[in-house]
Write a protein that binds this ligand. Structure first.
Ligand code: NDP
Length: 400
């Protein structure tokens, strides 16, 4: 029996809320608070008749700590689930500290004016959360999120040391549009147009965007081109998993997506530098977001599957071994269940599970934590129960 405040009412929030409503025993009351209250009300109106969970709504500007505190003090949640945008992370963490509430998010902080994401800003809150006896869980979507839980599980049950991790994120879905992104277009395009990087022997190695390409045959999807990207969990996993020599992240992209992206980049539409347009300052990437399809609307038209997981190489009892843990998720199955495509689903389900871990005491630990620092076993069990069953392969094809 607990109360959660969910901030945001977009694609991922829609799934978190739907899953909390399926899990009324833990989430007996939830509040949806976001910038546009009508979106919160629409989700409540759709879900309230289907659930015992009591749903309330509110308007909040999550960049305003005072406003956030107003909502938190009135509603008195035990946890705040932040599924707004990475720009809001620090403000929401400040409000949680001020009001004495646990915190969870799915993406690490990014300053709005610099396309740069790293954990340092949020790790700087460690001492304050510890002293306050509060728990903050960072990056509890799929990647980051389940990829960290998979790593902790592999470390606990399969290896004495893990030397190599390759995280493979494959979206074999087709939405039928010439160009659209599967989650917030602004955040997605900032991520994929940045330089790539990976960690080798304790150092970051930087690459040009999309410079490193591999082809991989994914179970449930088939052969796909995948490209090395910078990704936030590389930073925390390299510190938290024993014996890491190299860790890389690959994501699949089709040629049409890459050609569109290159063209938009070439004409300046992906820039985050403000320009003057008809007497008003606009950010080209934010304008582009406004004309692209809303990711939350892709559900009915996306077909195919995702396959996201980690290939580990390391040692057990003095012998070399490799191990692959992954989940396959079907876009149309997700749509039938919660009305969204698989990218929002694979992010929203782990966020609900992470919040449940904190609320039920399994992950209640004062401080600021990345998911791989916590016990993976109850989370792995919950993934099977709540819609993201995992599969394992003890003899996987490796990435060169
Ligand atoms: P959307 O753009 O669909 O939704 C974001 C929501 O946040 C919107 O409802 C928006 O309000 C609200 N919001 C934005 N700014 C504010 C503010 N200042 N105050 C209050 N509410 C605000 O994004 P997604 O649902 O696709 O993504 C949500 C998060 O999930 C992002 O941080 C993204 O990076 C992360 N993510 C993580 C993944 C993972 O695997 N770890 C994968 C995919 C996404 P409005 O409706 O008014 O615009």
């Amino acid at each position: 029996m607990s109360r959660a405040l969910i901030i945001g009412a977009g694609g991922v929030a829609g799934v978190v809320i739907a899953k909390c409503c399926q899990n009324s025993e833990v989430f007996s009351e939830i509040m949806i608070a976001s910038r546009t209250k009508e979106k919160c009300d629409a989700i409540r109106d759709k879900l309230q008749p289907t659930t015992k969970t009591v749903i309330s709504t509110a308007r909040v500007d999550a960049d305003n700590v005072e406003e956030l505190c107003g909502v938190i003090r009135e509603y008195k949640p035990q946890i705040v689930i932040n599924v707004a945008l990475p720009y809001q992370d620090l403000h929401i963490m400040d409000a949680c500290l001020e009001c004495g509430v646990d915190y969870l998010d799915t993406a690490n902080y990014e300053p709005e004016d610099t396309a740069k994401f790293e954990y340092s800003w949020q790790w700087a809150y460690r001492e304050r959360f510890e002293k306050a006896g509060l728990t903050a869980i960072l990056g509890c979507g799929f990647d980051p999120g389940v990829t960290g839980v998979f790593s902790a599980y592999a470390m606990k049950h399969e290896f004495d040391e893990i030397n190599y991790i390759d995280i493979l994120d494959c979206n074999g879905g087709d939405h039928g549009y010439p160009f659209a992104t599967n989650f917030n277009p602004e955040i997605n395009i900032r991520e994929v147009s940045a330089k790539g990087s990976y960690i080798e022997d304790g150092k970051w190695v930087e690459t040009e965007p999309m410079e490193i390409k591999r082809v991989y045959n994914f179970k449930g999807v088939g052969e796909k081109d995948m490209y090395l990207l910078h990704h936030e969990e590389l930073e925390s996993l390299a510190l938290n998993i024993k014996g890491i020599k190299r860790i890389r992240f690959f994501m699949t992209f089709g040629q049409s997506y890459l050609t569109h992206l290159k063209c938009l980049e070439n004409v300046g539409m992906t820039s985050i530098k403000p320009i003057m347009f008809e007497g008003k300052e606009i950010v080209p990437l934010q304008f582009l977001k406004a004309v692209l399809p809303d990711p939350a609307s892709l559900g009915p038209r996306t077909v195919g599957k995702t396959n996201i997981g980690c290939i580990f190489q390391g040692k057990k009892d003095g012998k070399d071994k490799s191990y692959y843990l992954y989940n396959i998720c079907d876009h149309q199955e997700c749509y039938k269940e919660v009305g969204s495509q698989a990218i929002s689903y694979t992010t929203g389900v782990p966020a609900m599970i992470g919040a449940m871990m904190v609320l039920t005491g399994k992950w209640k630990k004062a401080g600021v934590h990345n998911v791989e620092e916590l016990d993976p076993d109850p989370f792995m069990e919950a993934l099977n129960k709540w819609g993201l069953p995992w599969e394992e392969d003890h003899n996987p094809v490796l990435v060169d």
